[in-house]
Design a protein around this ligand. Structure first.
Ligand code: ZN
Length: 305
């Protein structure tokens, strides 16, 4: 299965190679800055090296808590185009984006998506769950927004962007159906994804697996003793085999759940580490959006099957 994905990935790179961007902008390349790696990856897949793109948040970074550094502010000031997730994912950066949006295009990739497609936040009434990248079909809409904004900022390369975006969206279609098939391999009674925070709500709804998080939708709130006890009961009652930790969230809370289960006479394994709000290292398969989703699914299926 991994091989399958590598092939898509390599095909994507070849696709970028075979269609050259306009030379007019090569000298004065558009400077694009993104918050998360997932958005960065969308820009790379659509624009290749015809733009100069940087992500502010690297591997293991928690976007809910992230504050712009002096270096970030310089990058944002120099940028021609800025992308962020929106729906309050970058909770501490709202003011920065608002100020910048007065002088340059600052775009949330979740813009123009109907509210009806978003999950309501359980923690903050009246707001939406920002983790839309875990429903690949929904993330496609964000990728389309990135595409449109790039074209608007750099009309000369429209053809090149159109072609790359179409190819990338096809790869995401394949990813969406592969994930569906993979989760279906888990026995129905084990289709429960327990992890540190509620990043996987969209994933659960899209692919048919129940999701329980210890923390709310944001990582700002600490789980209480009652949350731990409730989760322990649920795991013991359903004889769930494994729980998962996340690369951008402290594993203290999930360790408390494992210990709690042990006291109840049920041994639950840590099924592995999932990429939730940040991708793996740049330059590696897990450091791409497709690679991140694929690696997570492989980890989940292996532990629960
Ligand atoms: Zn999150």
């Amino acid at each position: 299965m991994k091989k399958h994905f590598y092939i898509y990935f390599i095909l994507g790179l070849i696709a970028l190679d075979s269609c050259e961007p306009s030379s007019n902008t090569r000298s004065g390349r558009l400077k694009v800055v993104t918050t998360t790696g997932m958005i960065y990856d969308a820009v790379i897949n659509i624009a290749g090296d015809s733009v100069d793109v940087q992500a502010l948040m690297g591997p293991g970074v928690d976007p809910h808590l992230y504050k712009a550094t002096q270096g970030d502010l310089k990058k944002l000031q120099d940028a021609n185009l800025i992308f962020y997730n929106g729906l309050h994912l970058e909770g501490k950066m709202g003011e920065v984006f608002e100020k910048l949006s007065r002088v340059k295009p600052v775009s949330a990739v979740t813009e123009n998506i109907p509210d009806s497609l978003f999950r309501a936040s359980e923690l903050y009434p009246g707001t939406f769950d920002p983790h839309i990248w875990f429903d690949v079909s929904l993330w496609k809409k964000a990728v389309k927004n990135v595409h449109q904004r790039l074209v608007k900022a750099d009309e000369l390369n429209k053809k090149y962007y159109d072609k790359n975006a179409a190819k990338y969206l096809l790869q995401l279609d394949s990813l969406h159906s592969s994930v569906k098939k993979a989760i279906f391999q888990i026995p129905e009674t084990q289709r429960m994804l327990i992890t540190a925070h509620d990043a996987f709500g969209y994933f659960g709804e899209a692919y048919g697996i129940e999701v329980k998080g210890l923390q709310g939708i944001s990582t700002l709130s600490e789980p209480g003793l009652k949350d731990v006890a409730d989760l322990v009961n649920l795991i013991v009652k359903n004889k769930i085999k494994a729980v998962f930790i996340e690369t951008s969230v402290s594993k203290k809370a999930i360790n408390a759940v494992v210990e709690g289960c042990k006291l109840e006479g049920h041994s639950v394994l840590i099924g592995g580490s999932l990429y939730s709000d940040a991708m793996g290292p740049f330059g590696q398969f897990e450091g791409t959006y497709i690679g991140m989703v694929h690696t997570n699914v492989e980890t989940i299926v292996k532990a629960l099957k």
